[in-house]
Design a protein around this ligand. Structure first.
Ligand code: FES
Length: 74
């Protein structure tokens, strides 16, 4: 599986993937999709999916990914 961060936008998840809510209930994915865009700005009215609201809410997804902790020697 591959998850791609779009600049200042959603997380794009390539199929196949299964989405479930916090209780493990399936979240239906529209049929025929080859990927799904998950909101990371918090402004979508169709969560967990991106609805394009990131373009008008001022979201900046510019945080660099965290640096992995060094592995202990030995
Ligand atoms: S990332 Fe697109 S609406 Fe939130």
């Amino acid at each position: 599986m591959r998850i791609r961060f779009r600049e200042n936008g959603p997380l794009v998840v390539e199929m196949p993937v299964e989405l479930v809510d916090h209780q493990g209930n399936p979240i239906p994915i529209p049929a025929g999709k080859e990927m799904v865009a998950l909101c990371r700005c918090g402004a979508s009215k169709n969560k967990p999916f991106c609805d394009g609201a990131h373009k008008s809410c001022g979201f900046l997804g510019t945080n660099p990914p965290p640096v992995p902790a060094p592995t202990p020697a030995g």
